[in-house]
Design a binder for this molecule. Structure first.
Ligand code: IFM
Length: 455
C-alpha cells in the first residue's frame, strides 16, 4: 500500500464565504448587498431560498471555529461582507460589522487556526450597484478604500488578505449570463466589470500594503478550468482555445504578465482603448499569493450561436458527473502544472500557490445512527488530493489545499440543495454533524498524507 505524504509545512484548510453562511442579513447595521436584493426577487433562486439566515454562522461562529479546531485543521479561509463593514459601500464605516470579523479572527487565533481573509466573494453592497456596480470605474476605488479599512483593523493578526474570490465568476455570472446577482445580461458590461475587478485588485493591494500594521501577503483566488475540445476537429480545437482565452488567460495574463489577450475578441478590441487607462496594467500585476479554485474541466465545441467565443460547453455521455459538474480529478493536476509552467516559473518573484477551493456537491443525509456516510466525497477528496501531490512531485510548488466547503451552505442560485460541506448542516435546526468525509480529511491533515489504496 503506497502512502503519499505532502511536503512539510503544507497548509491544510477549509473555506467558506460570508453570504453563504453568515445570515444576519440586516443585523447590527449591515447594509443590503446585491445578493440580498437578488434572492428577494421572485424566481431567481431555486425554491425562492435566500441567505437571510443561511446557516446562522454570524451567531454561531464560536461553535463553528470550535468544530474546525476539533478536526485539527490549521487554516480557515473566510470572506468579509463589504456591506457589513460599509453599509453604503463607501463613506460610513459600521464598527459593529468590523467588530464581528475582529472577534472571528481572535477566536481563530485563540485556537491556533490561521485566518485567510477574503475581501470580496460576490456580495457587492447594493448602494454601489445602484451607482452602476463593477462596470463603473469608481467601484474599483471604493473597493480600495474598503480594503484599507479592513487592513487597518485586521492586518495586525491576519497575514494573508485575498482581494477577490473568482473575479471571472463575478463578471460572467453577474453581468453576462445573469445567473448571479445583479442578474445583468450584457457583454459590454461584462468586459467593463472584468477590467474594473482586476483594477480593484491592484488598487486594493496598494492600499493594504500602505496601511498594514505587519507584513501581509496580498493575493487573489481564481477559478481555473482546463478546456478540452470535444473532438479533434480544427473547429472544436479553435473553440476550446477561444474559451481558454476568456476563462483562463484573460485573468492570468493581466495578473501575472501585465498583458491582456482581450483584444483577440472584437468586443475586447473595441472596448479596451477607452477602458484600460495608462498605468492600469502595471497596477493589476501584483500578487504575493495565488489561489486556484478547481472543480471541473470544460469540454467545448464550436457553436456560432454563442456570442464572443462561438463555443459551447458540452457534457459528453459516459463521463462522471456530480449535482453540478463533471468530476475530473486529472484536471487539477493539469491546471496546476499549467499555472506553474506557463506563468509562475516565468515571473521573477513567484507568488505562493495554493488550491483554495475544491469540492463536490453530494446529496448527503443523516443515516439512522446520525452518521453521514458520504463515501463519494471521500473518493473525490482522495482522487483530487492525489493530483495535487502529483503536481508537487512534478515540480509545481503548491503550498496548500483548502477544501470547499467546511459546512453545507447556500449554493447561490441553486439554494440549499447542493451540499458541499465536510460538516452536515440541518437547515431547520442548524445542528452541525461532521460527515465521514470530514473525519477522513482531518485524518489526512494529521498525517500530512494518506494511503493510496481504496481510491
Ligand atoms: O459555492 C461556490 C463558491 O462560492 C465559489 N466557488 C465555487 C463554489 C461551488 O459552486
Amino acid at each position: 500500500m503506497q502512502k503519499i505524504r505532502f511536503p512539510q509545512g503544507f497548509t491544510w484548510g477549509v473555506a467558506a464565504s460570508a453570504y453563504q453562511i453568515e445570515g444576519a442579513w440586516n443585523e447590527d447595521g449591515k447594509g443590503p448587498c446585491i445578493w440580498d436584493t437578488f434572492c428577494h426577487m421572485p424566481g431567481k433562486i431555486v425554491n425562492g431560498e435566500t441567505g437571510d439566515v443561511a446557516i446562522d454562522h454570524y451567531h454561531r461562529y464560536k461553535e463553528d471555529v470550535a468544530l474546525i479546531a476539533g478536526m485539527d485543521l490549521p487554516a480557515y479561509r473566510f470572506s468579509i461582507a463589504w456591506s457589513r463593514v460599509m453599509p453604503e459601500g463607501s463613506g460610513t464605516v459600521n464598527q459593529k460589522g468590523l467588530d464581528f470579523y475582529d472577534r472571528l479572527v481572535d477566536e481563530l487565533l485563540k485556537r491556533k487556526i490561521e485566518p485567510y481573509a477574503c475581501l470580496y466573494h460576490f456580495d457587492l453592497p447594493q448602494a454601489l450597484q445602484d451607482r452602476g456596480g463593477w462596470p463603473e470605474r469608481q467601484t474599483a476605488q471604493a473597493f480600495a478604500d474598503y480594503a484599507r479599512i479592513v487592513s487597518e483593523r485586521l492586518s495586525d493578526r491576519v497575514r494573508t488578505i485575498i482581494t477577490h474570490n473568482e473575479p471571472w465568476v463575478t463578471a460572467a455570472a453577474g453581468y453576462f449570463s445573469g445567473e448571479h446577482a445583479p442578474g445583468i445580461k450584457d457583454p459590454v458590461a461584462t468586459f467593463k466589470a472584468m477590467h474594473h475587478l482586476l483594477l480593484s485588485h491592484g488598487l486594493a493591494a496598494e492600499a493594504i500594503r500602505a496601511s498594514a500594521k505587519k507584513p501581509v501577503k496580498v493575493g487573489i483566488v481564481l477559478n481555473l478550468n482546463p478546456i478540452h475540445p470535444l473532438t479533434d476537429s480544427k473547429r472544436d480545437r479553435d473553440a476550446a482555445r477561444r474559451m481558454d482565452t476568456v476563462l483562463n488567460r484573460s485573468i492570468l495574463e493581466p495578473l501575472l504578465l501585465g498583458t491582456t489577450p482581450v483584444q483577440e475578441f472584437a468586443i475586447g478590441k473595441m472596448l479596451s482603448s477607452s477602458l484600460i487607462k495608462p498605468g492600469d496594467m502595471e497596477k493589476i500585476r501584483t500578487l504575493d499569493f495565488l489561489g486556484v479554485n478547481y472543480y471541473c474541466r470544460t469540454v467545448a465545441k464550436f457553436d456560432p450561436k454563442f456570442p464572443v467565443v462561438a463555443a459551447a460547453q458540452v457534457h459528453p455521455e459516459g463521463n462522471e458527473y456530480s449535482g453540478m459538474w463533471e468530476i475530473y480529478p486529472e484536471g487539477l493536476y493539469e491546471i496546476l502544472m499549467r499555472v506553474w509552467n506557463d506563468y509562475l516559473r516565468k515571473v521573477p518573484q513567484a507568488p505562493i500557490l495554493m488550491v483554495t477551493e475544491n469540492g463536490v456537491p453530494v446529496p448527503d443525509g443523516l443515516d439512522f445512527d446520525g452518521r453521514v456516510r458520504d463515501e463519494r466525497r471521500i473518493r473525490y477528496l482522495r482522487n483530487h488530493l492525489y493530483q495535487v501531490w502529483r503536481a508537487i512531485q512534478d515540480g509545481a510548488l503548491v503550498q496548500g489545499y483548502f477544501h470547499w466547503s467546511f459546512m453545507d451552505n447556500f449554493e447561490w442560485a441553486l439554494g440549499y440543495g447542493q451540499r458541499f460541506g465536510l460538516v452536515y448542516v440541518d437547515f431547520q435546526t442548524m445542528k452541525r454533524t461532521v460527515k465521514d468525509s470530514g473525519r477522513w480529511f482531518a485524518e489526512a491533515v494529521r498525517d500530512n498524507g494518506f494511503a493510496l489504496e481504496g481510491g
